[in-house]
Ligand binder design. Structure first.
Ligand code: ADP
Length: 306
């Protein structure tokens, strides 16, 4: 029996624009039935990687296999079982919710009858039950995003690409999308997710690849990345007198970083530091376990990227 092919395999993938290497010769293989996160600051090359994976652009070097099909040559065949939630919603404002699903489903060669049968469960999944006849203009931002997710499922895909699926949404809408994504993972779908929300990646992803400057710099489960790349305790210090305190904070912790008005202290043993802060006047602090955002900032830096 031949081994099962990975849903997506990228080998030695490179892409340049105007002499700048945007994707710099990396390998990535997705495991089926898992949620994979692709994280990185702006300009890291995430969207270009997704576009290469989908065969929307060709690579300068390397190979892409999507659901076993070589890309971009067999993109049409591969995309029959792929769903895409793009960064920006591209719903047709002149159509209703149901008409949008119908139009999208037809791209995959599905009959009107098959799509019509799928619409109630897709809308139910997206928390939009009963909205089939609603014009797009009447939907909130969260509803539009959920409809875009439902639309990506119209062809019952095995692999779903999600490019920042919750950007611009309020916390309630984000939680609803997370619920939906967890249900897809439970159904055995493979997800490839880009996001700037580290809590989203930490909650949803089984495996995370952090990208910067076109390369993957680390890969692992959220827990592995936190355990392997950062001190376990973080004490955030802010308030009056931080200036004077910053100078001596390094004697209480392994690493300190100032970002704006907050001093971040990373340590294995926070006891002395916390006792000192308790005794100080004016300073405020938050002691918490290290998280994925701490790892991300350590690996990619705190400088603003445009
Ligand atoms: P990310 O999604 O991680 O923010 P992108 O893949 O969008 O990163 O972009 C990576 C780099 O490639 C950026 O510097 C961007 O300006 C550049 N880039 C992306 N697409 C094009 C294009 N079509 N033409 C020229 N430069 C591009």
């Amino acid at each position: 029996m031949s081994p099962v092919k990975p849903p997506l395999s990228l080998r030695g993938l490179s892409k340049s624009y105007g002499g700048q290497l945007v994707v710099d010769g990396f390998d990535l293989e997705l495991e089926p039935g898992r949620c994979h996160g692709l994280l990185g600051p702006n300009g890291a090359g995430k969207t270009t990687t997704l576009r290469l994976a989908l065969g929307l652009i060709g690579a300068d070097a390397g190979t892409v296999e999507l659901l076993g099909y070589p890309m971009p040559d067999q993109a049409r065949l591969a995309r029959r079982k792929v769903g895409v939630v793009p960064q920006v919603d591209s719903l047709d404002p002149d159509f209703t919710v149901g008409e949008n699903l119908q139009t999208y489903g037809r791209y995959f060669g599905l009959s009107g009858k098959v799509i019509a049968e799928r619409i109630p469960s897709l809308l139910d999944f997206a928390g939009l039950a009963g909205k089939a006849d609603a014009p797009i203009l009447t939907l909130s931002g969260g509803m539009k995003r959920r409809l875009t997710l439902a639309r990506a499922l119209v062809n019952d895909p095995d692999l779903i690409f999600l490019d920042e699926p919750t950007t611009g949404l309020d916390p309630q809408a984000r939680h609803l999308i997370w619920q939906g994504l967890r249900r897809l993972i439970a159904q055995g779908k493979t997800l490839l997710l880009t996001t700037h929300f580290m809590d989203e990646a930490e909650r949803l992803c089984d495996v995370i690849s952090v990208m910067d400057k076109g390369r993957i710099i680390v890969r692992g489960s959220p827990r592995e990345l936190i355990a392997g790349h950062i001190e376990p305790h973080v004490v955030e210090i802010y308030g009056d007198g931080l200036g004077e305190w910053s100078a001596c904070a390094s004697s209480f912790c392994r690493r300190c970083e100032q970002a704006g008005e907050t001093l971040f202290c990373y340590t294995d043993d926070p006891e002395k530091l916390v006792a000192e802060l308790e005794a100080s006047q004016g300073l405020r602090y938050l002691h918490r376990p290290a998280n994925l955002e701490d790892v991300f900032l350590k690996l990619t830096g705190r400088d603003l990227r445009d």
